[in-house]
Ligand binder design. Structure first.
Ligand code: GRF
Length: 204
């Protein structure tokens, strides 16, 4: 499976996936490209300097929806990430992708969200969780569909919310679990073990 990773910032989930691949823990994954919509995303440097993975910046330049996303698709396909044998991982990619992109890579796009979906979709999930007063939180890796953080759930990991937690302390606790969950989901995908049945994902 040829892998394309889309980032906008720090890229710590990208780093976790690339580290797992480098360590031989996801034998079916070949990382081909890391793409950012932002030129200053710190993850770009990590991808090229730590892992030697080609990177591209695809700046939006005012383009929206499919007009922008087709540039992403072109960059992915040029790097060998195709709808036949590709996997696209959104890893802190701070744009909502268009239905056309979703359809193009049907059930071949994954995302990670720092909450237990369907609770607290959208931005600032950890802050939403703190403010709501939930006692348990975590992260969710899911297939991307046309909605925001709404696609079939692949796996989730939980963390406790402690008294005195701030957005920062909870985010850090969740992030540790994200770094376990995302490489694991990529491994399951590349092993052909994720069977999507309607809204549900069965792990074979
Ligand atoms: C993570 O918390 C992820 O769940 C969310 O955005 C953040 C990205 O962090 N979608 P990083 O760029 O992977 O470090």
């Amino acid at each position: 499976t040829n892998l394309g990773i889309l980032i906008s910032g720090r890229g710590s989930n990208m780093d976790a996936i690339l580290a797992a691949i480098k360590a031989g823990r996801i034998p079916g994954a070949r990382p081909r490209i890391v793409i950012s919509n932002k030129p200053d995303a710190a993850g770009l440097k990590t991808a090229s300097e730590k892992y030697g993975i080609p990177t591209r910046v695809v700046p939006p330049e005012g383009l929206k929806g499919w007009d922008y996303d087709k540039k992403l698709v072109a960059a992915l396909e040029e790097a060998g990430v195709t709808p036949e044998d590709g996997l696209v991982c959104l890893a802190g990619f701070m744009r909502i992708i268009s239905p056309e992109f979703v359809r193009h890579f049907k059930m071949r796009i994954l995302n990670i969200h720092p909450a237990l979906l369907p609770s607290f979709p959208g931005l600032h999930a950890q802050k939403q969780s703190i403010e709501y007063g939930v006692k348990v939180s975590g992260c969710t890796v899911h297939f991307v569909d046309d909605g925001v953080d709404s696609g079939p759930v692949i796996l989730q990991r939980t963390v406790p919310v402690m008294e005195g937690d701030t957005e920062e302390t909870l985010s850090a606790r969740i992030l540790e679990q994200e770094h376990q969950a995302y490489p694991e989901a990529v491994r399951l995908f590349t092993e052909g073990r994720l069977k999507v049945e309607g809204r549900k994902v069965r792990i074979l």
